[in-house]
Design a protein around this ligand. Sequence first.
Ligand SMILES: Nc1ncnc2c1ncn2[C@@H]1O[C@H](COP(=O)(O)OP(=O)(O)OP(=O)(O)O)[C@@H](O)[C@H]1O
Ligand SMILES: [Mg+2]
Length: 236
Amino acid sequence: MLDAQHISHSFDGHAVLRGVDLRLGAGELVGLIGPSGGGKSVLLKILGNVLQATGGALRVDTESRSLMFQEGALFDSLTVFDNVAFPLVGGRVPLYTQPEDIQEQVRAKVSEILARVGLTKAAFKIPAQLSGGMRRRVSLARALVARPSVLLLDDPTAGLDPVASSVIMNLIVEMYNEYKPATLIVSHDLRRLLPIVQRVAALFDGSICFDGALDELAVFRHPHVQTFVRCRYEFA
Ligand SMILES: Nc1ncnc2c1ncn2[C@@H]1O[C@H](COP(=O)(O)OP(=O)(O)OP(=O)(O)O)[C@@H](O)[C@H]1O
Ligand SMILES: [Mg+2]
């Protein structure tokens, strides 16, 4: 589905990624962990085709990919509804500028996903009128509305309180179970992330130093990874 081979990336001569190998098979749910500033967002942007890697190869067998950005990246001047409709109409919003039959189809899909994330009543607000947790649900709805076969979620619970974080993670699991997109989730919230993923990849020093199941991670002897994981997650 998605196969990153020896991906490298530098900004102004400063190497952030130094040969990342990562595969995401159809229907897999994988967690990506690693320290702040380690290049997880840069990697997701490369996998999501938002950024061109400096080196390496990326094979993807579908065009149906979507990236939920860490910073949300909502359009400030568009309503929640039009933010979510955006990928369905190739950015030709506001929706009322489109032919009536397209409006009908899009409206049905957007209304359905907004109901799923509990934002029906907020559909005609703009992002500035929403809380951080609501904005995150808008981003998630926008990433999911076209039912992409590859879903890249960059720290979907960052900065949220425990309840709002659980709401987001539960929604992700619910949507994943519904149609099983290949999903890669970046998160520092290991207590919520690790129990839901089938595999974990750890990005340290610019490359993937661990890629395997949770029980293998528990006994993995890399000093940085061990410290990083143990201070956030208690293995049973
Ligand atoms: N557009 C850019 N221009 C220059 N440097 C950048 C750019 N984007 C990211 N970087 C640098 O790349 C490095 C990796 O950043 P990145 O955002 O991918 O980290 P991260 O692993 O996502 O961290 P966090 O867990 O805090 O989100 C950082 O040193 C950052 O300053
Ligand atoms: Mg990041």
